[in-house]
Ligand binder design. Sequence first.
Ligand code: CTP
Ligand code: MG
Length: 391
Amino acid sequence: MTLSVIVVAAGSGERLGSARPKAFVDLAGLTLLERSLGPIVDLDSVDQVVVVAPSGWVEPAQQLAAHVLGDAIALEVVEGGATRTDSVRRGLESVDDSASIVLIHDAARCMTPREVFERVIAAIEEGAQGVIPTLDVVDTMVPRDRDTGVTHAALDRDGLAITQTPQGFNAGALREAYATFDGDATDDAEVLRHAGLDVVSVEGHRDSVKITYPDDLDALHAVVVGAPNLRIGVGVDAHRFETGTSMVVAGRVFESSQGLSGHSDGDVVLHAITDALLGAAGLGDLGTHFGTSRPEFAGAPSPVFLDKTLEMLEQRGYRPQSVSVQYIGNEPRLGAVRGELSDALTALVGAPVHLSATTTDGMGLTGNGEGAAAIAQALVVRHESSAEPGK
Ligand code: CTP
Ligand code: MG
């Protein structure tokens, strides 16, 4: 038995929306392509791997794949086509003539465990022409009209299965089936069925999800690393009290004979939160983006800084998860409005914000009534599919 594995990696990953083709997106330090090849190396029975790469990515694919596969497995890297079917066709042309079994695997299913490959190979060795890994359907399935949204009577779930890859084939049957097929098929089993051949199923695996949307990648990051890709940031701000200035704290104006001085409205709570968010995303600090060197921000209400910061985070793939902020000052007393202010800050940040307040027992900067300060911590999650590779 001679075994070749085609790994199709030529898709653009449109639904993932990343800056590079999906197979070259990083998941906790390794690309999806590298991860998808991992279990293939562990199989010990593979003679050849054919990687199908997007146009312009053959060289990077060659380097990544050669690094994972080492010398023991022959490697071919070819350019893919416009559809998955085209890409498989091109991969098939590079499969060794001597191959008796061909497996076809999606690089997008980069977490498929070795046991699934083994089950597929075993079934082909036992004589099946085509084999696919499947899972039972757990949700109720109904036909739905995409245009009208109207749904119809539920399908018999027991008679349905979810399909995965690698799909395995008797090499001769697969070649023949592709030779007589000139359409576009959802997968390779479908091409075999079109040729009138049976495709049997073996048990798939829940980890073998096809990465399609950004959330899929985030969920897998949690599986690989044991935690989501969280980053923490800290922000501290302090301003002097000044008579004749309005007292703005946490976005609210308080009645007082004095207020907090500053380049903007002196809102130490919002400044500390903004700084903590910038820090968590590794984007510098408040001074870098909105400091005195940016006169256009003089006197600007602090929510403007926060909004701009949230925009920057979003562009770079970070989403705030939670913020804790503490106001340190003798006045204004925040106890009675703490809940309301927390709610308002939560709405501004788009993630839970908890505001607390304290005095410093008459000591130091804020205790002697010279001014007020705030300290904040922000937790953000980084999307794996974000445009800029992780720092
Ligand atoms: N694929 C391919 N060539 C294509 C299209 C898809 O080799 N022209 C591969 C993908 O690289 C992926 C597998 O087929 O490993 C399954 O496709 P899918 O998950 O749909 O990936 P993409 O087509 O890249 O994603 P999208 O449909 O969101 O653009
Ligand atoms: Mg696709």
